[in-house]
Design a protein around this ligand. Sequence first.
Ligand SMILES: *[C@@H]1O[C@H](CO)[C@@H](O)[C@H](O)[C@H]1NC(C)=O
Ligand SMILES: *[C@@H]1O[C@H](CO)[C@@H](O)[C@H](O)[C@H]1NC(C)=O
Ligand SMILES: *[C@@H]1O[C@H](CO)[C@@H](O)[C@H](O)[C@H]1NC(C)=O
Ligand SMILES: *[C@@H]1O[C@H](CO)[C@@H](O)[C@H](O)[C@H]1NC(C)=O
Ligand SMILES: CC(=O)N[C@H]1CO[C@H](CO)[C@@H](O)[C@@H]1O
Length: 866
Amino acid sequence: MATLKSFACVLAALAAVGSAVPADHHQKRQQAPEAGFYVPSYYPAPYGGWVDDWKESYAKAKALVDRMTLAEKTNITGGTGIYMGRCNGNTGSALRVNFPQLCLNDAANGIRQTDNVTVFPNAITAGATFDKKLIYERGAAIGKEGRGKGVNIWLGPSVGPLGRKPKGGRNWEGFGSDPVLQGYGAYETIRGVQDQGVIATIKHLIGNEQEMYRMYNPFQYAYSANIDDRTLHEVYLWPFAEAVRAGVGAAMTAYNAVNGSASSHNPYLINGLLKDELGFQGFVMSDWISHMSGVASAIAGLDMDMPGDTQIPLFGSSFWMYELTRSTLNGSVPMDRLNDMATRIVAAWYKMGQDEGFPAVNFDTNSKTREAPLYPGAWPNSPTGVVNEFVQVQADHDVVARQVAQDGLTLLKNEDNLLPSPHRDPSSSSAPAQPPTPTAPTHAPIETVDYMYIDDPISAFRRRTDDVTFYNTDRFPSSARQQSEDDVAFVFITSDAGENSYTVEGNHGDRDASRLFAWHDGDRLVQDVAARYSNVVVVANTVGPLVLEAWHDLPSVKAVLIAHLPGQEGGESLTGVLYGDVSPNGHLPYSITFAEDDMPESVTRLIDSAFFNQPQDTYTEGLYIDYKWLNKAGIKARYAFGHGLSYTTFNYTATIEKVTQLTRTPPPRAPKEGILEYDQPIPAAAEAVAPAGFQMIWRLIYSWLSESDAQNAIRDGQTRQYPYPPGYTTTQREGPRAGGGEGGNPALYDTAYTLSVTVTNSGSEHSGKASVQAYLQFPEGIEYETPIIQLRDFEKTGELAPGESQTVQINLRRKDISVWDVVLQDWVVPEVDGAYKVWLGAASDDLSAVCHVDGLTCESNVAGPI
Ligand SMILES: *[C@@H]1O[C@H](CO)[C@@H](O)[C@H](O)[C@H]1NC(C)=O
Ligand SMILES: *[C@@H]1O[C@H](CO)[C@@H](O)[C@H](O)[C@H]1NC(C)=O
Ligand SMILES: *[C@@H]1O[C@H](CO)[C@@H](O)[C@H](O)[C@H]1NC(C)=O
Ligand SMILES: *[C@@H]1O[C@H](CO)[C@@H](O)[C@H](O)[C@H]1NC(C)=O
Ligand SMILES: CC(=O)N[C@H]1CO[C@H](CO)[C@@H](O)[C@@H]1O
């Protein structure tokens, strides 16, 4: 989502060139300049409503849409304009048939730009818990707060960016640099949010792996993410499939192009992959101010234009709304397409039960006062009214927020068992803590929730001890107290990132200036503290991987913790672990390398501008990102994906069972059934015209045309033909063989094997929770090259006392042991019941148990594959 600041820039840039915005890049550039990448034609937009779970909602939706006029239908598929309503996005309404305006709102970690809400830990922290149940609970709490505020559609979760580029600006909005971790993160979050009746939005489709040059402007096309078919399916589309499987009600396209064509009007991406292959039943919206075509985006499968404006916002102009009304009257957008769009939106609304008892919007993202302009974008002509009702929605959500922050806390290193801190002398009341510089976790002030309070680390220390001295400084303080034997220095460092619309300390959203080093000279501060104290604990609040080498091996740096982005509960969640109330149990959702260039250049190099040309971001590393790249290249990570220490130790034993006998390819999909009839004749011009005397709000985007424009549109349709792209058709397809349900062919999600993994706390002093991570190794000699190991499932145990055991279940589904075959265009099990190995343990480089699919046996205390 963009911000006021960025609009100001856009406006300035556009002023110089007037109306030079190309109306339809899609027509001009089907082919990416990068050799071999192109956008396959895929028409028409597939209808929804053929998945059993959605049929009732579609029937109700269709009945309601049938009662709408043309202008009512186009009104609900578009936004009323940026700052032309209380939420980040506001659709038009069809009040005559009781369909309200819908409120669409960010943020990645809760409900943005309002009061009396909880600042949840960000998704990167939730991913680090490796705890599906906790991720669900976080989602449910966000959903409750959204509902309480009247948010119909929450604009999350994000799984794109997936985390391909360590310096990428928005990786922290997702769950970590692995498709399966992202997939379960999205699945659980969506279930949590939607169980409260709030529509979740899976975003951004797809390839938004860096922030710089993500947006189209008159001088430059947004970069093109060029992704080959297998990589797309096995890595980047994977979490979207899981989101659709969870029943997600909305999806958002990305700012950037894919294979040369903008995501918001990319027919292969929306019609082909999302709606037909993945069987998505909800509606697809554009990211804010990324909509750049009228007819082209409609036939490419876009269903909602957000926030409604063209790329020159605030002037009341749009590619849809009144233009979509014109496009249907003149026959260029077929009526069945418009009816399908509207029905998808209304069906999602019914599916979440928003037709009954859903709270009205009671807050305003544009103002903090009770009364304010209702339409700030119409300044100075906006009427004013009550906009903020200060509804308290926090309830006890601090509990789940604190739990996620605590269980995401990742202990990388703990020499001499320095932690838990008072552990060397549990009876001592003297203070262990001497933190030179705790800073509140900060990051760019967008995509985040307003803090009602923050439980910061120093307050949490002070609740436990008087003997703590705190220095809030970026430089080693000259006044620092003389260290004594028992003193422990805690140094807090940070690394930040965000959207491209803000430049913070030279970083353009991505960490292009700071790279993978701590901000505010943090690495230097650690060195200075380490030179003067003999027990140093480093705590990093970071958006992603850091290079730690400037100080990691200094003898006094004994412990290193990644506290990720904890939100408002960053205090007690930390001290609870430092003091040993609980053992740390978070795990890295990405690898930390010794050097930035341990990763391939295609992911470390940020794509640069290409003046008057489209920058090309080509995924030459293919499937090999993060640990998959390091393993293939034989490069040891400083800390591998999944790493995270506990105060205790665990061992793992397992058994494996076959559940479903597989075949090389999945059984054929079922045909789409129960699709409703969407076609109808073009309505009379009268349906497009505002009622006489209607008082319009200045600059608000409406769906009406003037009487003469409506008549002209009908005449145009009789005399002119729209220049449709090659391959355009209006005949619905059967759908690809890999489709057939939400997430694809339902057989892809059949459980093939189940593993029962018994985890025992093999320590003697501390209890703790263990993460069970399951990595698949494909049989040798198959016809596909595969990464050495790939995460396929994970579970977290409860709190285990020393000696205590718990058995958790790990599932391997057909899709988990398949490869995407680009010729067959389907998922293939390369060797049925073959010599697959399932590696089990606490990290991608700490896998001490293995199960064999052939023979159905397991072993413990083995040497891992890496
Ligand atoms: C991108 O181009 C490749 C061919 O190099 C093709 O296989 C793939 O399906 C295209 N993807 C999209 C989303 O257009
Ligand atoms: C479109 O939505 C706006 C905003 O809610 C409303 O004022 C207008 O009457 C709606 N138009 C139609 C055709 O219902
Ligand atoms: C119909 O209207 C749309 C929106 O203004 C325009 O893009 C398209 O070219 C028109 N079609 C015809 C046949 O005039
Ligand atoms: C795991 O640890 C427990 C307790 O220390 C021990 O009894 C058991 O034999 C160990 N199992 C394995 C597989 O190492
Ligand atoms: C109940 C409650 O906490 N209300 C608060 C909501 O937010 C407003 C504005 O920040 C506060 O003044 C209220 O105290």
